[in-house]
Ligand binder design. Structure first.
Ligand code: IPE
Ligand code: IPE
Ligand code: MG
Length: 239
């Protein structure tokens, strides 16, 4: 029997898309959209906390976003610095745990420091897990896991026949942070694709698409998505 009315999703992931078009519509530069998008991260994190969601993963910068013009990339790399300078005290007060999932090695020093400091400053908290997918790519993550597993096999720490879904998933970036698979994926701005986000972790996620641009996505829009999720019938291949 499928499960109806499964209640609040534990892990919600959002592809925060449409910042550029939001700005364009207002004849503003794209970075104005990113700035407004950043403000909305705060609003939606608070909303998710109020709704009792356990994990909120936000796609903030993809491994493919390096292809954008240099100025825009630089601006996006500054955003974590600005965001955490402004909001860490509030996040601490709200008992939020910040986590970062992605390839952190190649980031500018200031960006990396902002992300790591935020993780450290909130590590003792016990509330909402606010997980930023930053310089994250699903294919790169799977390749990275495979490489580590191959190394362990070569070092005789692991036998090929012992590699199963649980071993594999333990080598993913998200599992290093003890995050469960995604229950509900939301993408804003009308695009209907995954764009290399959480390929493994989305295997059985419920998908929700809305035309609203990310800076305009409100607490009510989040509630609407959750209500739709609650009325979905998740079967996981069973009957
Ligand atoms: C999402 O908004 C933010 C990032 C990808 C960093 P976009 O910048 O992709 O906005 P659109 O899709 O061009 O409108
Ligand atoms: C996905 O949005 C990445 C983030 C929201 C960080 P994009 O705007 O980069 O995706 P595409 O290029 O439209 O697929
Ligand atoms: Mg986009």
């Amino acid at each position: 029997m499928g499960q109806y009315n499964q209640g609040i999703p534990q892990h919600v992931a959002i592809i925060m898309d449409g910042n550029g078009r939001w700005a364009n519509k207002r004849k503003l530069p794209r970075i104005a959209g990113h700035r407004e998008g950043m403000e909305n991260v705060r609003r939606i994190a608070i909303a998710a906390d109020n709704l009792n969601i356990k994990v909120l993963t936000l796609y903030s910068f993809s491994t493919e976003n390096w292809k954008r013009p240099k100025d825009e990339v630089n601006f996006l790399m500054r955003l974590p610095v600005v965001f955490f300078n402004k909001f860490v005290p509030e996040l601490v007060e709200r008992n939020v745990v910040v986590k970062v999932t992605g390839f952190l090695k190649n980031l500018p020093t200031a960006t990396l420091k902002a992300l790591e400091d935020a993780e450290k400053q909130t590590s003792k908290n016990t509330g909402l897990i606010l997980n930023f997918a930053f310089n994250y790519g699903g294919k790169a993550e799977i390749v990275n896991a495979t490489r580590q597993i191959a190394k362990e096999v070569l070092e005789n720490k692991l036998k090929p026949e012992d590699i199963d879904e649980s071993v594999f998933s333990n080598h993913l970036l998200t599992n290093l942070k003890s995050l469960n698979d995604v229950d509900l994926l939301i993408r804003t701005s009308g695009e209907k694709r995954i764009s290399n986000f959480l390929l493994w972790q989305l295997a059985y996620a419920e998908l929700y698409f809305t035309d609203v641009y990310w800076p305009d996505f409100t607490e009510d829009d989040l509630s609407k998505a959750i209500i739709e999720y609650e009325n979905r019938n998740r079967r996981f291949g069973a009957l």
